[in-house]
Design a protein around this ligand. Structure first.
Ligand code: NDP
Length: 324
């Protein structure tokens, strides 16, 4: 980690990733214009790592926000670390480059800093994000993830993305890629749900042993407005133990949840479209949780997974049946 204005983590391919990122995924009811405004405000507030994805369906607006902040002199392209992800309908190796080029065009960028395989399950290729048969069942596709990975390696070598990684992969799926004969580029990261109720300690240890960064999403306990988030689970930021630690440090539960991940060596994403909370989430570099606080937070782990994508569970590559 370097101690600059924007703390970064060195990736296994030599590039640097800011350790706190801004999430651009929103509930369907949130207008894309709000995402555009929020992304502009986030860059204005100081975020330099922006996390996006094709499936968020807002790449044009997010791209416009980046362009505006570059045009008004707030940032240059080099100041930003920008991530996109290949959705499950785009995993056929022959389409990977074209799909990434389509995202770049929408974003008005010539490259992204990071491109991820969004989820290890493949769906039928096409315009529909969740292709279904006449009985309303998802149509899966048989795709060799190693072949998709080779197409990703090609995109990196072609300069369309500086780094490549995965998301929602379990240990077995990560091993499949890193043990692939002829591997040219290892995944730099695995972006997964991670918070005190699902602290991913085993996956974290495995990733650290392979020099793969774990990037935490849902670190604030997820946006429960989203249709695909499991309801009826405890609300992380209302946890009395987290609240007590926050009170002790004169901080908020959200700041404690973010700081927890940073002290464990993760990169952490935080989404807020509210300017006050957005700024609050950036104030996590000027306090330290004690070893005892960290142990107490570790003890909250209870296998609460807010993001399960259960409609994918009939596919053999569904990642969440393995222990980790
Ligand atoms: P987070 O866990 O980051 O945030 C959850 C909710 O917390 C937000 O909706 C926000 O609402 C609220 N919040 C934010 N800051 C505070 C605060 N200081 N105090 C109280 N409440 C707060 O949610 P996400 O689910 O969006 O995850 C973050 C990002 O991770 C996504 O935007 C996306 O980029 C990525 N992601 C990746 C996935 C993958 O499969 N790879 C899956 C899901 C997410 P408000 O806006 O009202 O402040």
């Amino acid at each position: 980690m370097s101690l600059g204005t924007h703390l970064t983590m060195k990736l296994n391919d030599g590039h640097f990733m800011p350790i706190l990122g801004f999430g651009t995924s929103a509930a369907t009811k949130v207008a894309n214009s709000k995402v555009e405004e929020a992304t502009e405000r986030a860059i204005g507030a100081g975020y330099r790592h922006i996390d996006s994805a094709y499936i968020y369906q807002n790449e044009e607006e997010v791209g416009r926000a980046l362009q505006k902040k570059m045009a008004d002199g707030t940032v240059t392209r080099d100041d930003l670390f920008f991530t996109t992800k290949l959705w499950s309908t785009c995993l056929r190796p022959e389409f990977v480059q074209t799909i990434l080029e389509r995202s770049l065009k929408k974003l008005q960028l010539s490259y992204v800093d990071l491109c991820l395989i969004h989820f290890p399950v493949a769906l039928k290729f096409g315009e529909e994000l969740l292709p279904k048969d006449t009985q309303g069942r998802l149509i899966f596709d048989q795709v060799d993830l190693c072949a998709t990975w080779e197409a990703m390696e090609h995109c990196k070598e072609a300069g369309l993305t500086r780094s490549i990684g995965v998301s929602n992969f379990n240990r077995r799926q990560l091993e499949l890629i890193i043990n692939k004969p002829g591997l040219r580029h290892k995944p730099v990261c695995n972006q997964v749900e991670c918070h005190p109720y699902l602290n991913q300690s085993k996956l974290l240890n495995f990733c650290k042993s392979k020099d793969i960064v774990l990037v935490a999403f849902g670190a604030l306990g997820f946006d429960i407005e989203k249709e695909w988030v499991m309801k009826n689970f405890p609300v992380l930021l209302r946890d009395p133990v987290i609240k007590a630690i926050a009170d002790k440090h004169g901080r908020t539960p959200a700041q404690v949840a973010l700081r927890y991940q940073l002290q464990r060596g993760l990169v952490v994403l935080a989404k807020s479209f509210n300017e006050k909370r957005m700024r609050e989430n950036l104030q996590v570099f000027d306090f330290q949780l004690t070893a005892e606080d960290m142990e107490t937070l570790d003890s909250l782990d209870r296998n609460v997974r807010y993001y399960q994508q259960t409609d994918f569970c009939d596919d053999p590559n569904y990642p969440f049946f393995d222990e980790y």
